[in-house]
Design a protein around this ligand. Structure first.
Ligand SMILES: Nc1nc2c(ncn2[C@@H]2O[C@H](COP(=O)(O)OP(=O)(O)OP(=O)(O)O)[C@@H](O)[C@H]2O)c(=O)[nH]1
Ligand SMILES: [Mg+2]
Length: 449
């Protein structure tokens, strides 16, 4: 528990209708009371709003509305006062200054949420979900973040943990009462299938997490091709905006041009690049190098070729360069006569000029990344990179334990990996005290044999 009362301006710094200065801690009400002469806040009830003025040396600093939340029914579980003042940078800073004078200390970034976690009101995944809500950039990512705040990820991990605990409990019982079970029977008939099942469940969650990651971060999409095939025209058609310069001159685009679109809730971060070819022009060459770097980082390559020309050597080189990427071949200029002399597996015919075929392209991208099956009602999609990493490590620890079983290692060796997996899952939700493990184990034993 932290005794110090923290304060911060909780709204964005800048002019606006209202700013909120927020305090949390034992002294929160007392500190604000010093500067709010119109009412004694010490005895007001929780969840009430109070009108009055923040006053310094008998001078009105601002007309405000105060909201009082008393411990434990608040975001941090501590006493909280929110001062709704006018949204000027100076006035909000002035009120902040008074609160510091009154005995509060400046909050660190995220400290209100950190306190909510440390005081046990939310787990780590919920604390992270608060940030995800703030950063959400589409309906789907917002919806995922809200599920996180509701505790969906917490429940998912807790369910896995409780399955794991059952397995560990079997071993503990066997170590305590070795005469009860034949160790070999235990490991091969009981532990191995149970651990394998858990690995399978985790593998499924990780598979779904790929979708979660796409929803959260968007898809880094590079538009690639030789000069003049219509890359910038395609970018503009997708963005429904004339963002990039389009001309009939080869080598029009030099620097990269970026834009973002939302297709069915999935964010596509589009990058238009310089047409790739051998060039003597110094600026164009830099652009071409950048384009190659973009290919390297891209999660999806939109490879544009000209329907009105036979495949060139430049096309062939670029096809080779992008062959290992997730790729859609875009046969552009489909309004002109077909001169193209090859067929591609994953291709879409478009005319960036006439804006035809664009919806087909969007559908293809959606199918490719969401496999056409995003069930928003289910939404146990892990999307946070930290959670995904920890879960991968958990899976590895479990596979290691199966490896130990195969090598006929002593059962307490198997248990070491299982306990590692337990700790890793605990890292996700921020619960890692080993006393908790023991307490839970103990309660399991009371129910079992
Ligand atoms: N007929 C027809 N012309 C098109 C189409 N798309 C683009 N063009 C024309 O092709 C020329 C080149 O288009 P851009 O979009 O600048 O091509 P780019 O691939 O970005 O070219 P660089 O930036 O030089 O690499 C322009 O004159 C466009 O108007 C299309 O679908 N049909
Ligand atoms: Mg261009």
């Amino acid at each position: 528990m932290n005794n110090e009362t923290i304060v911060a301006i909780s709204t964005a710094i800048g002019q606006g209708a209202i700013s909120i200065v927020r305090l949390s801690g034992d002294q929160a009400i007392e500190i604000v009371n010093k500067f709010f002469p119109e009412k004694d806040l010490k005895n007001v009830s929780s969840h009430t709003v109070h009108y009055g003025h923040i006053v310094q040396n008998n001078q009105h600093i601002d007309e405000v509305m105060l909201t009082i939340f008393r411990s434990p029914k608040s975001f941090t579980t501590e006493d909280i006062v929110e001062i709704n003042c006018h949204g000027g940078v100076f006035v909000a800073s002035k009120i902040l200054e008074l609160m510091l004078e009154g005995g509060a200390i400046s909050a660190k970034p995220g400290e209100f949420t950190e306190r909510a976690f440390l005081n046990g009101r939310i787990d780590l995944t919920q604390a992270e979900a608060v940030m995800d809500i703030i950063e959400a950039s589409s309906d789907l990512s917002l919806s995922l973040a809200n599920k996180g705040l509701d505790g969906i990820i917490y429940n998912l991990i807790t369910d896995l943990r409780s399955e794991l605990l059952d397995i560990i409990a079997q071993i503990e019982v066997n170590i305590d009462y070795p005469e009860y079970d034949d160790v070999e029977v235990l490991t091969n008939d009981v532990l191995k299938p149970a651990i394998s099942l858990l690995v399978k469940e985790i593998a499924q969650i990780l598979e779904k997490a790929k979708v979660g990651k796409v929803i959260r971060e968007g898809i880094k999409t590079a538009i690639i091709g030789r000069p003049n095939v219509g890359k910038s025209s395609l970018l503009n058609a997708l963005l429904r905006e004339d963002k990039a310069i389009v001309t009939e001159i080869q080598g029009t685009t030099r620097d990269i041009v970026e834009g973002q679109i939302n297709i069915g809730g999935v964010i596509l971060n589009l990058i238009d690049t310089a047409g790739i070819r051998q060039s003597q022009d110094k600026i164009e060459r830099i652009g071409i190098d950048k384009a190659k770097a973009v290919i390297h980082d891209a999660q999806l390559v939109l490879f544009v070729i000209d329907n009105n020309a036979a495949l060139t050597d430049d096309d062939k080189k670029l096809l080779k360069l992008t062959q290992h990427k997730k790729r859609i071949v875009i046969i552009n200029k489909s309004d002109l006569d077909q001169e193209l002399d090859v067929e591609f597996e994953t291709s879409v015919q478009v005319s960036a000029l006439n804006k035809t075929g664009i919806d087909k392209l969007e559908q293809k991208i959606k199918d490719m990344f969401l496999a056409g099956s995003i069930n928003i009602g289910d939404q146990t999609y892990l999307s946070n990179a930290r959670h995904i990493q920890k879960l991968k490590e958990t899976k590895k620890a479990l596979l290691d334990s199966i490896g130990s079983i195969h090598k006929a290692m002593p059962v307490d060796m198997v248990e070491i990996d299982l306990k590692d997996a337990w700790t890793l899952l605990g890292d996700i939700i921020g619960d890692n005290s080993s006393t908790a493990l023991l307490d839970e184990l103990f309660s399991k034993f009371c129910l079992g044999k």
